[in-house]
Design a protein around this ligand. Structure first.
Ligand SMILES: [Zn+2]
Length: 431
C-alpha cells in the first residue's frame, strides 16, 4: 500500500491524501487551502473563472491523475472526514462520476452551505457512510470512527489493504460535547497500526482560557447573568456543539436565544441525524428573519418552511422591551451593523465572541469600541491539545506517525514516538 500526502504535511488546510494499492486508488479529503504559498491567508476569489489546467499549474489543485472533470477517471473514491471547507472545498473540480463518501451530517451541512453561503461545490456523486459499518472500495477496507470535533458528525478512518493498516485521524479533540468518542478510541484502540496520520492544528496555538465546551457554556452563563443590555453571540451556525452550549446557557439564565433562518434550517436539517439537537420551536428559542435568508429559503428549499419558522418569529420591538433577556446570534461582521441599528441604546452591550479569534479584525474591534460594545472571547478549539494528541498516539502505538494538518511538523519528533516526516507529494510505501 502506498501513501501520498498531496497537501497537508506543512500546513493546516487543503488536506488531501492518496492511498493506492495495485488495484485501487482512493483520496482522503479534498480541501480548500487556508494559506497560499507564502503562508498568507488563501483568497478563494483567486479560483474564480479559472479551470483545472491553470489551477494545476499554479499548484492550487494537486497534480492527481484521473481525478478531475477534464479527464478519464482512475480514482475509485474520495472519503471526506468532515464538513469543513479545508477538507472538502475543492470537490467542485473532481469528476462527477467519482463516488464521494461522507457521514450523513457532513452531507447535510455541505448541502446547506451551498444554499446559504458562497461555498458551493455543485453536483457530486455523494454516498452516505454508516459510521457503524466497515465497507470496501476495491481491495481497500475502510472502518469509520466517529470523532469529537467542531464539525458535526466528523469521522476518522481506519484503512486496511495489502496486510497493512493506516489510521487517518481527520480533525479531532477530546474536550467537546462528544469527548466520550475520544475516550472510547483510547480505551479500545485499533491494533497493529502501521501508519498514523495525525493532525496537529493546536501545536503553536496553545492558549486555553476555556478548556472545554462545558467551561464555554459556563462563560456564556456568567455573561448572560450580568447582562443589562442585549448580548450578541458571534458563532458559526454549523458549530452544533457551540449552539448547544449557548442554548443551555440560555436555559440556565432564563434568556431567549434568538437565532436566524439559516441557523433554524441547519438545526431542522440535522434532526434527521440526531433528535438531541435544539430546534427553533423548543422553549427559549426564537427566530429573527433577515430578508436575504428568507429569500434563499423560499427560492431553494420551500415557502412552507418559512411559514413554519414564522410561528416563532421575533420582532426587534419585542427584543427592545426586555433587552437583557436576549442572546442574539450575529455571526457575520459585515451584517452586524444592520442588526445593531435595530437595537435602541445599545451602548454597553456585550459581544460573546465564540469563534477562532483569528477572524476578529482590527476594523471590527474599532467599530465595537466606537459603538461602546465590549467583546468577550469565549471559545475553545475544535482541535486536540498537545497532551490529548500524546495520549492518542500512545494508545494507537503506530509503527510510523506522520504529521498532517499542522504548521509545526518539525515539533512532532520531540513530542511523539516513531515520527516519520513526509513532504507534500512524496510517495511513502508501507512494507
Ligand atoms: Zn475541521
Amino acid at each position: 500500500m502506498q501513501l501520498i500526502i498531496h497537501r497537508g504535511t506543512q500546513e493546516i488546510g487543503g488536506t488531501c491524501v492518496e492511498i493506492t494499492t495495485d488495484q485501487t486508488r482512493i483520496l482522503l479529503d479534498f480541501g480548500m487551502p487556508l494559506v497560499d504559498a507564502r503562508k498568507e491567508p488563501f483568497d478563494s476569489k483567486t479560483l474564480v473563472g479559472k479551470f483545472v489546467d491553470s489551477l494545476k499549474k499554479s499548484k492550487i489543485l494537486p497534480d492527481i491523475k484521473g481525478l478531475y472533470n477534464t479527464e478519464e477517471i482512475s480514482i475509485d473514491a474520495i472519503l471526506i472526514s468532515h464538513s469543513h471547507m479545508d477538507h472538502y472545498g475543492l470537490l467542485s473540480y473532481v469528476h462527477n462520476d467519482i463516488p464521494v463518501y461522507m457521514s450523513q451530517g457532513a452531507q447535510e451541512l455541505i448541502e446547506v452551505s451551498s444554499i446559504f453561503t458562497p461555498n458551493k461545490i455543485g453536483k457530486i456523486n455523494s454516498r452516505i457512510i454508516n459510521p457503524k459499518k466497515t465497507f470496501n472500495i476495491g481491495d481497500i477496507k475502510i472502518t469509520p470512527y466517529l470523532v469529537d470535533h467542531s464539525a458535526f458528525d466528523a469521522l476518522a478512518f481506519l484503512i486496511e489493504a495489502d496486510g497493512k493498516r493506516i489510521f487517518y485521524s481527520g480533525d479531532f479533540r477530546a474536550h467537546g460535547r462528544k469527548s466520550i468518542l475520544f475516550k472510547r478510541i483510547i480505551k479500545n484502540p485499533p491494533k497493529d497500526i502501521d501508519c498514523l496520520l495525525m493532525e496537529g492544528s493546536m501545536l503553536g496555538r496553545e492558549n486555553r482560557k476555556y478548556k472545554d465546551e462545558i467551561s464555554v457554556q459556563q462563560g456564556m452563563e456568567d455573561t448572560l447573568k450580568a447582562a443589562d443590555n442585549v448580548t450578541f453571540l458571534f458563532v458559526s451556525s454549523q458549530n452544533i456543539d457551540r449552539l448547544v452550549s449557548a442554548y443551555k446557557a440560555c436555559l440556565k439564565t432564563n434568556s431567549t436565544f434568538v437565532i436566524d433562518i439559516y441557523t433554524a434550517y441547519i438545526l431542522d436539517t440535522l434532526r434527521k441525524v440526531s433528535e438531541h439537537i435544539p430546534q427553533f420551536n423548543w422553549r427559549n428559542i426564537r427566530v429573527k428573519f433577515y430578508k436575504n435568508q428568507a429569500d434563499a429559503l423560499v427560492e431553494k428549499v420551500s415557502t412552507k418552511l418559512l411559514y413554519h419558522y414564522n410561528t416563532k418569529k421575533i420582532e426587534l420591538s419585542e427584543i427592545n422591551k426586555n433587552k437583557s433577556k436576549f442572546l442574539m446570534l450575529a455571526r457575520d461582521n459585515s451584517i452586524f451593523p444592520r442588526i445593531l441599528n435595530g437595537i435602541e441604546n445599545s451602548e454597553g452591550a456585550k459581544i460573546i465572541y465564540s469563534m477562532w479569534n483569528g477572524y476578529l479584525t482590527d476594523e471590527f474591534k474599532e467599530y465595537c469600541a466606537k459603538k461602546g460594545l465590549s467583546i468577550e472571547d469565549v471559545h475553545t478549539s475544535g482541535h486536540a491539545t498537545v497532551e490529548d494528541l500524546q495520549a492518542f498516539a500512545k494508545a494507537l502505538k503506530p509503527r510510523y506517525l506522520v504529521p498532517i494538518h499542522t504548521f509545526e511538523a518539525q515539533r512532532y519528533p520531540g513530542l511523539f514516538k516513531n515520527v516519520k516526516l513526509l513532504k507534500d507529494g512524496e510517495v511513502f510505501t508501507l512494507i
